[in-house]
Design a protein around this ligand. Structure first.
Ligand code: 5GP
Ligand code: ZN
Length: 140
């Protein structure tokens, strides 16, 4: 399984960096974004180090997309947002800052005027942990 010891998301997979995990299976891990743009912002990653969508083997991508659906259903059930964005960036010019493929799941509220400027400052860890528990309990 591809792994990069210097990658922050590989370190989260290994448990070397803490995270609020909400779902895990053989090929994927889902955890709360450390700088949520909205409450309930989660990241889905493959347990396979590939920098982006173009470079990941298709079976790992399919596993990641399937988990994104499972977790989006949990977010929808737990938080009842008005909408959900699924977003995935490839390359710095596209806004990618962590080079281990990841899918953002972002709950939306009508009129929230969200600008995609995440990664600026860490969020409130108590609030992030509390919403992680609600989503975790809604995974079916
Ligand atoms: P990108 O801009 O690459 O699409 O998104 C990277 C995301 O990873 C950002 O939303 C950022 O907040 C998140 N992130 C970066 N470092 C960490 C970390 O150590 N832990 C967690 N949970 N999220 C992180
Ligand atoms: Zn990695």
């Amino acid at each position: 399984m591809a792994h990069d010891p210097d990658c922050i998301f590989c370190k989260i997979i290994d448990g070397d960096i803490p995270s609020f995990k909400v779902f895990e299976d053989e090929k994927t891990l889902t955890f709360m974004d450390i700088s949520p743009v909205n409450p309930g912002h989660v990241l889905v990653i493959p347990k396979y180090h590939a920098p982006d969508l173009m470079q990941i083997p298709t079976d790992w991508l399919m596993a990641t997309v399937a988990t994104a659906q499972t977790v989006a259903q949990a977010v929808d059930k737990a938080l009842k947002p008005d909408g959900i964005n699924i977003l995935q960036s490839n390359g710095p010019a596209a806004g990618q800052s962590v080079f281990h493929l990841h899918v953002h799941i972002i709950p939306r509220t009508a009129g929230d005027k969200l600008a995609f400027d995440w990664g600026i400052a860490p969020g409130d860890m108590d609030a992030i942990g509390a919403v992680a528990e609600r989503i975790r309990a809604s995974v079916v």
